[in-house]
Ligand binder design. Sequence first.
Ligand code: NI
Length: 179
Amino acid sequence: MALLPIIETPDPLLRRISKPVEAVDDDLRKLIADMFDTMYAAPGIGLAAIQVGVPKRVLVIDLQEPEEEGGDPVRDPRVFINPEILEASDTFQVYSEGCLSVPDQYAEVERPDRVRARWLDEKGDTHEEELDGLLGICLQHEMDHLEGILFIDHLSRLKRDMVLKKLAKSRKELAKRAA
Ligand code: NI
């Protein structure tokens, strides 16, 4: 198990466009395992490789949704390699999103509420599925990372500035506490 450092905004690496994966091999599977460890430890429900500084089109997602309300989280790890969106609904949903690279900040983002996507899994097998609900939102959020886009880029300038101000303030407080 290895925890990788998560890079945070405004690190310019987060603005890079990630490259397609050419071979699904053991090196990639090692990266994926480390990404899961890092995401669970954070804790978070999704992580793109660029968030640990690797500009490859790889995402891991685990919504860890309990089987029943109030129950224990159940792990459901999902890997998306070279994901593509084939079709998006013209109906939208709004969800309060957060991001491990914009720590502890949340804001409402509107996205298509259903997407048909295609991707490879960690064995190199192709999947094509329609995703909705939180999984659909999470996939779209993580796929934005592959294009160098953060959820705050979807906000109005005013709201984005507010989020960044709050982030700066919470970092200052953390630094004070650590001093
Ligand atoms: Ni994110």
